[in-house]
Write a protein that binds this ligand. Sequence first.
Ligand code: HEM
Length: 147
Amino acid sequence: MTLYEIFKDLHSGFRYVVFILVLLAIIQSLMGWLGNKPYTEGNRKINLFAFISAHTQLLIGIILFFLSPNVQFNSETMKNATTRYFTVEHWVMMLIAIALITVGYIKAKKTETSVSKHKTIAIFYLIAFLVIIGAIMAGHLSVLGAN
Ligand code: HEM
């Protein structure tokens, strides 16, 4: 197994850790917001773990960027859907999602009331989750679609 394959498998598998933690954070914050519940230490920890998982995926992604044969900088890059997706589109969309999670976590930390903390996490993490799903779907279309 090459270093590229190890990081590709790690990055590919780690997506599920990110999915589960971000989804858990969204569900509990929606319940907290709509049910007017207190913002507990347990809530804060799930939100923090989701934040850490996104940042870990970012680090693995940056390493993969330098190892992947699908990341290329030449005159053909933008003509081929797969290389265009992994060289440009994938990381830009994922970076936007990770930035949303980061801003949401920091804003929630700064606001005073439990409801506003839940609301901030719910909105920012939900948009980030949709961007991640959209990016992965766009990737599948690019890789499977006509090159
Ligand atoms: C929440 C953030 C992210 C998620 C959920 C995610 C998810 C994925 C998934 C599902 C794949 C497909 C792997 C496969 O073929 O099975 C992939 C590939 C890849 N990702 Fe990410 N990614 C994220 C962020 C990033 C970032 C920030 C970068 C770069 C800075 C990056 C760089 C790459 C590269 C280069 C590949 C191509 C691997 C190949 O050669 O096939 N990813 N990512």
